[in-house]
Design a protein around this ligand. Structure first.
Ligand code: UDP
Ligand code: MG
Length: 153
């Protein structure tokens, strides 16, 4: 099974949407295998958002990500990276389709509720950035036979 990183951004915590957003992933059938709350700092954001460091909005983006703690989650499932990415919707929430997380809860290109890993390769790098091996919990998945066909692993 694939694993992907979701970060519930500071605005999600402040607006009381943590439960709503986590509930969406749970209801979809994804498995929560690690979760923690953390105050991010500039050093980790310089690495996490390195691909945006030359953008004019980079300082605002970092300020927004440090404005309150974030909730870090690792979700597991068959093709979880693309499934979660599609659930988040377009980066600019004003363009995000209704029914997606951003399309239902946000109006901004910056303040857009969640970070989601954009590829299997980046998911591995990002999960290692925020989680240690001991942060992951192993527990049975008794409903998997109702969520997946035998070849969907
Ligand atoms: N962002 C922004 N303005 C933009 C593009 C991105 O403020 O024009 C912010 C936004 O919070 C986004 C984050 O930078 O979630 C990372 O950008 P990326 O292109 O990786 O989008 P994502 O993968 O989050 O959809
Ligand atoms: Mg991204």
């Amino acid at each position: 099974m694939e694993r992907t990183l979701v970060i519930l951004k500071p605005g999600t915590l402040q607006r009381g949407l943590v439960g709503e957003v986590i509930s969406r992933f749970e209801k979809r059938g994804l498995k929560l295998v690690a979760m923690k709350m953390k105050q991010l700092d500039q050093d980790i954001l310089d690495v996490h958002y390195a691909h945006l460091k030359d953008k004019p909005f980079f300082p605002w983006l970092c300020d927004g990500m440090m404005a309150a703690p974030v909730i870090l989650c690792c979700w597991e499932g068959f093709e979880a990276v693309k499934v979660v990415r599609a659930m988040a919707g377009s980066t600019n929430a004003r363009n995000a389709a209704p029914g997606t997380i951003r399309g239902d809860y946000a109006l901004s290109a910056q303040e857009n509720i969640v970070h989601t890993s954009d590829s299997v390769e980046n998911a591995k790098v990002e999960l290692d950035r925020f989680f240690s091996p001991e942060d992951y919990c192993e527990y049975p998945s008794p409903l998997n036979q109702y969520l997946y066909a035998p070849d969907e692993k």
